[in-house]
Each structure stands twice: as C-alpha cells, then as structure tokens.
Write a protein that binds this ligand. Sequence first.
Ligand SMILES: Cc1cc2nc3c(=O)[nH]c(=O)nc-3n(C[C@H](O)[C@H](O)[C@H](O)COP(=O)(O)OP(=O)(O)OC[C@H]3O[C@@H](n4cnc5c(N)ncnc54)[C@H](O)[C@@H]3O)c2cc1C
Length: 415
Amino acid sequence: MSKHIGIVGAGAAGLHLGLYLRQHDIDVTIYTDRRPEAYQDIRLLNTVAHHSVTIARESDMDVNKWPVNEHGYYGHYYHVGTPTPLNFYGDLHQPSRAVDYRIYLPELMNAFTDNGGKIVYEQIAAEDMEQLSEQYDLVVVCAGKYAFGEMFDTREDASPFKTPQRALCVGLFKGIKESPIRAVTMSFSPGAGELIEIPTLSFDGMCTALVLENHIGGELEVLSTTRYDDNPRAFLDLLLEKLHKHHPTVAERIDPEEFDLVRDSNDILQGRVTPVYRKGSARLSNGKSVVALGDMLATVDPVLGQGANMASHGARVLGEEIVSNDVFDDRFIEHVERRREDRTICATRWTNYMLKNLQELPPEFQQFIGTLSQSRAMADEFTDNFNYPEKQWDYFSSPERLLEWCQKYAQGIAA
Ligand SMILES: Cc1cc2nc3c(=O)[nH]c(=O)nc-3n(C[C@H](O)[C@H](O)[C@H](O)COP(=O)(O)OP(=O)(O)OC[C@H]3O[C@@H](n4cnc5c(N)ncnc54)[C@H](O)[C@@H]3O)c2cc1C
C-alpha cells in the first residue's frame, strides 16, 4: 500500500522523521512556516549538542555533514563551586557535536526535498488539523514547544513544574580558548546556577556556546533580562564579572579584548522554558488521531541537552512503525508509545530531577557529586549516559539507587 504522511513542523523532530520515511520511499509532506533561506538572519534558536546516538541516525540518513573529527567534542569537564572546588573530567565513548541550528535545519530541509520530500510553506492553525487528517493516512504534529500546546493533554505524572525553573541567557561567543581536550564544560555554582559551555560550529567556524542556567531569584538571574542591544559593553562586562565569580574555569580562558557575540545581537537568546510532558496523541472531532513528536510531546529545560536527542529517537521509532504498519489506529499508537516512552520519560524525569536537586542538594546528591569527583570510571559512565537517559534514570530514580551506584564506585576508589 502506498502511504501518505503529513508532518507539521520542520525542526529536528519533523526532519528526522521525514528523512527516514523518504529513505523508505514513503510519500511525505512537511508543513512549516519558515523557508531554508530565512534561517540565516534570525535570532539564535537554541544551542543543541547531538550525542553520538543521534549522530549515528544522521549518518544512516546520509545527513551527517559535519564530521565529528572536525567539529565534535570528546567529553565533559565538571566544575563544582563548593568551598573546596571540585574539578574532574569524564569521557564520551564516541564524540558529540553541536552545530548552530540556523545552519543545521536548512541543510536537512534541502536534503529532504532532494530526496523527494515535499515541503509546503504555510502557517498551520489548530483548525486546519482536521482537514489535514483527512488528506493523509497519518498526521504527526511536531511544531515545537509553543504551537498547538492545548491540543495534547498534559501528563501530570511527568510534569511536576508549572513554571520555568531557570532564567536562561544563551549565546554564541568568540574569545574563549578551548580546553585542553575539546569538551563541554559543566560548571555548577551552588545557589546561583549552572553553565554549560559547548564547542559549537557557527556561521563563522568553531565558537563557544554559553548556556547560563540561572536560578530564579539568584544572583545570576539578571543575565536573563539585561539586554545586549541596550549597551553591548555593559552587558559583556556584567557577564565577565559574573563568570569570574561563579564559573571560574570558563572565565579563566576568556580573552576580554576579544570576548563578544560571534556575529551580532542575533547570537543571544534569553528566556525561560516551562517543562511539560504531554500525551502522545490527540483525537480530533472527526474521530482521527494525530501523533505528537519532539518538543510537542516533551519539552525539557536545556540543562542536560536532551530535547533534540530524544526528538530524534522518537522520530526514528515512529518512522520504523510507520514503515512496518499499514493501519494507523489506536493499536498503532500504542506500539509507538510503548517503544518511545522509556527514553522520553526518563530524559524528562532525569532533567527535572537535576533542576530540583542542583538547587536543593539533598544528602544523597551531595554524596553522588563527591564520589563522581573521585572516580574517573564513574565520571566516564555518567558522561556517556547523556546518550542513554534511561540508564541515567535507573541511577537517579530513588536515593537508594543513587547511593548504591556511589557505593559501587566508592569501592573502586578504596581499592
Ligand atoms: C537554549 C537551548 C539549548 C538547547 N540545547 C539542547 C541540546 O544541547 N541538546 C538537545 O538535544 N536539545 C537541546 N535543546 C532542545 C532542542 O532545541 C529542542 O528539543 C528541539 O529543537 C525540538 O525540536 P522540534 O522539532 O520538536 O521543535 P522545533 O525545533 O521548535 O521545530 C518546530 C517547527 O515547527 C514550525 N512551526 C511552528 N509553528 C508552526 C505553525 N503554526 N505552522 C507551521 N509550522 C510551524 C517551526 O518553524 C519549526 O520548523 C535546547 C533548547 C534550547 C532553548
């Protein structure tokens, strides 16, 4: 049977699904509101690192255009700003890689159309969904975290927060020297916030993404509201001062003369993300169901870099199920949910756990950080598990499990 699939949204979710379906010769139309050429001049969308599990999917869809030996990074440096600071490193088994999505998404859109996919440039409204559902065997909605939110019910069991947990200040910067090993730095300033520094491919070559995850009500929150455009020098001075105080292992590599946004004020993004986990499908009033994917299904704060990686995973699961089924009914949706849920819900729960516990620092979490800083083997496992949030959640889902994990590595340290 020839199948016709409609996808609303051309982000990582829609494009990874569309490309996979085209590889299997399935007729796909993506509806989106932005043309490839429009990405060049828009504000920074995010600062996404793809882990090796996602890069492997890109390779088999023939869209791994940014080889990790040129653009990838190899692990995480950790800095914990306790009274006696802790500094340690963990390896990734395979490199991760970050490319500015204003480069990445247009490249994948072009690959999709080159492979016979169709893109319709149109703003879709909720009222259009019924008509679309009549046109296709299945409609997948992956229009990001803002559109159509009310279409899919919230799953309260996986949505503990009703408000954003961090005030974000994110930008692409020049003037920051790379670490000895090209790696992400995760810097934790108790009571103030986290900083994730990511080596990133920008329009101007490799640069540094800084993701400042500032605690709401804390000393760094001001970075999410101070506007670069109002006075670039004042903004940069404020940022430098805060970095020196709270994130010294990044600040010490900054050349203040060169430190600035890479291109212009579009290289900065400030705001807040409300985490939410939604039901994976919705029934329209004509009786047809549409499937949610990507941020539409699960929006997480970017502190652990999970959103796009789980969107890509979900796209692959959904793609495989579309290829192997001819009937897209409730049972089809059940199959999809059962296969994709563990990764998505564990990434969500682990991220929400970290948002809370990096602020509250309960005793078992302090023990975890202490053991992690002492055990290179544990730091390697923790770092590589950014690929596998379900494995991470096996450790973090209860204090007993976390302490048991620490125990295992504490014995290794003693030996
Ligand atoms: C600062 C920051 C850093 C991040 N870092 C990471 C990271 O390191 N690793 C990671 O995995 N994730 C990260 N994320 C999360 C990641 O960006 C998202 O999870 C991912 O991009 C979601 O992809 P998506 O396809 O679901 O949605 P989107 O990328 O938002 O795509 C939505 C698509 O729908 C289109 N659209 C929207 N509304 C309509 C409409 N009404 N009609 C038609 N089209 C429409 C849009 O134009 C777009 O094409 C980060 C996010 C932020 C904000």
